[in-house]
Design a protein. Sequence first.
Length: 410
Amino acid sequence: MRRAVVLGTNLAAGAGALGYALYRFGTPALALLVSRPRGFVLLAFAAAVAGALLGFAFRWRLLLAGLGTRPSLRALAAYRAAGQSLAALVPGGRLGGDPLRAFLLAADGAPGANAIASVTVDRVLEVGAGIPFACLYAALLLRRGVPELEGALVSVVLGAAGLVLGIGLMVRRLRRGAGLVTALARSTGLDRLRRIHGQMNVLAAAEEAMARLVAQPWRLAQAFGAGVAVNLLVLVEYRLLLSAFGLPAEPLAVVAAIFATGASHSLPVPAGVGVLEGAQMWIFGTLGHPPEVGLAVGLAVRLRELVWTFPGLCYLVGRGLAARRSPFRVLGPAAIDRAGEEAGTELAEPSEVGHDSDLREAGHLERPLPLLGGEEPRRGAGFRVDLDVDEALENLERELRSDRLTGKRP
């Protein structure tokens, strides 16, 4: 509730600031945008956006191939677009869409451990490929007369050093099989809570999958190279966008627009409303441009944000409508994994800590959940089950209790 209040307050403040900027400089800024738009260049910009999206999906597919999972590039592009849409709307340094990506991949049949591991490593590679560009952008702007960015450059360099150190420690622990999140849970005793215990095998399997990726340095290098290529394509994307509206599109202006966009997304304002436009006005003002030019750049970049967000939203809406029309519903891995959560925060039995005979390494139940009364098991590629999770858990608990009464081990 507190987070919602903070985000709502920030959104209202950002909207107010944007309204004031539009009131003061909106008319000349819009006049700049509509004075000489170039349709062919806008089409080239849209093609660059599509290429960047496919580049992100290709990098993710490289990682999944190293784990033996090979979804189509089209499906991964759709999942990535959906995650990008959520990340654009929810502040969090672009991390908000990662759980959604993992969920969509796992819900469509991929092992949960592979989904979690691939998304985690993909995010680390994305941040790693972006930091050198951020350092370069800040250094160029600082050299061209934006002294206010000196602190930002120091922060970026320190962040890069921390990232390298963190990656080194992570790789070392994974190679030793020491674990990351699971080790923390065991050392603090959190694995004795049944809610946490029910997910330990899934996390352990995800860490094992990450260790398998770490053992493939050539594949990681290819994925990192794909990330660098996408960052270069983003430069082309901004250059096309700015030149399409007749705005300043020299290399320094492109770098300034990218840097200001990245900085605005690091603030806790939903969709960066007002912050994105204000950042562009400020940085272009330091480069000697009038406020209306900075606002016009901000509105053009806002158009870019909409272009990036629209495909993912369309995919999510279409997926939701298809699920509502279907007579059956999918019981995804996230619902299956709730089988260990029926006791809330009760302590697990000592003999249960550290293992769970009903869970595979991939994070799925070894024994399927019982079907509802009178329902016959069905098979096939189009198999769907309209199963109430709470009732299924009650049936499972009843089955386990019956096994104990008859002397069978669950």
